[in-house]
Design a protein around this ligand. Structure first.
Ligand SMILES: [Zn+2]
Length: 87
């Protein structure tokens, strides 16, 4: 199982390196630099200003994914009742 997980991770790494090789966030002068490409694949957004960064940091708000998860949890709880949580 461990080797399968490793294989999937390596597959997606290769896939993203291919797909993001010529992104504008890298900059044309640094195309072909494998270290820059590796960083870009793991952290696609170059900056963390107030528009791009995590809203929790700047506005004390939850991120989009966190709000989606919370909403899913609330609808699940509403449809299934609160059995199992309050007991
Ligand atoms: Zn930004």
């Amino acid at each position: 199982m461990k080797n399968i997980i490793r294989g999937i991770r390596r597959h997606h790494l290769q896939r993203l390196k291919k797909a993001r090789a010529s992104d504008h966030a890298i900059g044309a002068s640094r195309y072909g630099d494998s270290a820059v490409l590796g960083r870009h694949v793991n952290a696609p957004v170059k900056c963390s200003c107030w528009m791009c960064g995590n809203p929790r940091r700047y506005f004390d708000e939850k991120s989009r994914q966190e709000r989606i998860r919370d909403e899913m949890f609330m609808t699940d709880s509403a449809t299934m009742g609160t059995v199992g949580f309050d007991e």
